[in-house]
Design a protein around this ligand. Structure first.
Ligand code: ADP
Length: 536
């Protein structure tokens, strides 16, 4: 112990006493460092600065006596562990000794100091100090350990809570999705049966002899109207499947947005009449100049039509407005209505597949319009959002990157020139009479002449005999010889003849096998006249 450099602070107002302390200590502890102070204030300052192992403290001093100094030292959390030994000339003073112990002193020495007693006391105090330091270190180590464990446990608890929450959410989602699926199937059956009933019913009635022209026209209208509803349902289901399988692709072209919005207006104004919504107005915020954007016309039309159709469906009176504005590199479309609105709770659900609001049971829908719309917009690098007040109306917005296009890139021009089919000879290979007459009419209205083959063999025969055929429309599914085989055979005879495949299969595989067989292009049934003519 003597070898270790110990630090001793002696506080005494008498210089002589301090000198004799030093001499005594030096003798017993030659390596010790000794600090002295002539009053309590200075003593405390030294204690703070030097952190001694022992303080020898006189009791009677001017200004601040030893008791007060000791009280202050013991009250300070950084100094309280330094052992204090009181040194006084008052021998056998019981009261002072008791007081000294009360204020926290560890020991007591009487003057004149006995060298061996001082040495023994200092050793004992150094031991106490060391023990205190060890205790404090151990305490600190334990506290750190406890804190670390507590933190770990807290983190574990937070993680467990998070996992628990996620499990609850996943369970709720699974239950919700199950509920939605069941609701979807029930709803779907209803949504398909309703137009089918109409189609079947009117198809029977239309063939009755006593119907007048007006009645027949009305029935035709209902058949067409309900057929379109069925097609929309099938299109929606195929679209969502394609989107989810990641096989949706976009055909980019220059699109005249001003014209597109005007066309949408005509179609939806008719819809308002069909829905008999006499107190509902449709406004298109038209641009004076034509604005051309490079985008997928069919999809833009689909997105806007979905939103406008919803706005019309869910608005009894007031207005539906739509339009767009261009802000820097983005185009922002809006569709606003004054309809039933959507509650805040339901706003989160409306983009979920098969979600259908519950406060409008009688309004038709299968809950796919908005999820398709949202996914299409996202695939086109855009965003959609909605603001709505229950009972007041909704505002849907979506943005897309605005890529300005030139008119000359446009297929719009092709249309304005009509389709240029005058005098063209078209072979339609189609076994179904209804489909054939429909296609024939579309073509003849454009001045084309039409030949028919009812199977693949006939198609090959006609092509081999006639050199003046301009196009072949080839149904892929026909009896005796299907369209694929017929195309392969025709290709062997006529390398340059234009063959367009027609098929009710809308999936990519059908298209790929048609192109592989030698078709120049592919179009899905039911045939959209505009699409067919533009393609030809
Ligand atoms: P649906 O075919 O049922 O209309 P959507 O996916 O297009 O399917 O819409 C989902 C639901 O969102 C609707 O059933 C309806 O509750 C709500 N919704 C959509 N658009 C509107 C709107 N403009 N006003 C009020 N509710 C709307």
């Amino acid at each position: 112990m003597e070898n270790r450099q110990i630090k001793i602070l002696a506080i005494d107002d008498n210089q002589d006493n301090l000198i004799s302390f030093k001499a005594l200590i030096n003798e017993a502890f030659p390596d010790a460092r000794i600090f002295t102070a002539l009053n309590g204030k200075q003593g405390i300052e030294h204690a703070i600065a030097e952190d001694p192992d022992v303080i020898l403290l006189d009791i009677i001093m001017p200004d601040m006596d030893g008791f007060e100094v000791c009280t202050k030292l013991k009250a300070d959390k950084n100094l309280c562990e330094i052992p204090v030994v009181f040194v006084t000339a008052i021998k056998d003073d019981k009261e002072h000794r008791i007081h000294a112990l009360e204020v926290g002193a560890e020991a007591f020495l009487a003057k004149p100091i006995d060298a061996s007693e001082l040495t023994a006391q200092i050793r004992a105090m150094v031991k106490i100090r060391k023990a205190n330091a060890n205790k404090r270190n151990e305490n600190e180590r334990l506290t750190t350990l406890v804190n670390e464990r507590t933190l770990l446990l807290q983190q574990e608890l937070v993680e467990r809570k998070r996992i628990e929450q996620e499990l609850i959410k996943a369970k709720e989602k699974a239950e919700e999705s199950d509920r939605l699926k069941s609701a979807f199937l029930a709803n779907m059956s209803h949504e398909i049966r309703t137009p089918l009933n109409s189609i079947i019913g009117f198809s029977k009635l239309i063939s009755e002899k006593n119907s007048d022209v007006e009645a027949i026209n009305k029935m035709k209208y209902f058949i067409e109207y309900n057929s379109n509803i069925l097609i929309k349902i099938i299109d929606d289901i195929i679209d969502i499947s394609k989107i989810e399988a990641g096989i949706i692709d976009f055909t980019m072209e220059s699109v005249n947005l001003t014209k597109l919005l005007a066309d949408i207006n005509i179609i939806h104004k008719q819809l308002i009449i069909d829905y008999k919504k006499e107190h509902l107005e449709l406004y298109c915020h038209e641009n004076e100049a034509d604005i051309f954007m490079y985008t997928d016309k069919f999809r833009i039309n689909q997105i806007l039509s979905n939103l406008i159709l919803n706005a019309i469906k869910y608005t009894e009176e007031g207005s539906v407005e739509y339009g767009f504005d261009i802000v820097e590199s983005n185009i922002r479309f809006f569709v606003k209505d004054t309809g039933i609105g959507i509650s805040e709770k339901n706003l989160k659900k409306i983009f979920d597949r098969f979600y259908k609001g519950t406060n409008h049971e009688t309004i038709r829908g299968i809950g796919l319009g908005l999820p398709i719309t949202m996914r299409l917009i996202e695939k086109m690098d855009g965003q959609i959002w909605v603001e709505s007040t229950l009972g007041k109306g909704s505002q849907f917005y979506f943005t897309l990157p605005f890529i300005e296009a030139k008119i000359s890139d446009s297929s719009e021009q092709v249309k304005s020139k009509a389709y240029g089919l005058n005098g063209k000879l078209v072979l339609v290979a189609e076994d179904d009479d209804g489909n054939f007459y429909l296609t024939k009419r579309i073509l003849e209205e454009q001045g084309a002449k039409v030949l028919r083959a009812v199977n693949g063999i006939e198609a090959v025969e006609i092509c081999s005999k006639q050199d003046d055929i301009d196009f072949v429309l080839m149904d892929l599914k026909m009896p005796i010889m299907d369209g694929l085989e017929a195309t392969i055979k025709i290709r062997e005879l006529k390398k340059d003849l234009l063959i367009v495949a027609l098929s009710a299969h809308v999936l990519e595989e059908a298209k790929t096998s048609a192109l592989n067989a030698g078709c120049n292009s592919f179009i899905s049934k039911p045939v959209d006249p505009d699409k067919l003519l533009a393609l030809m």
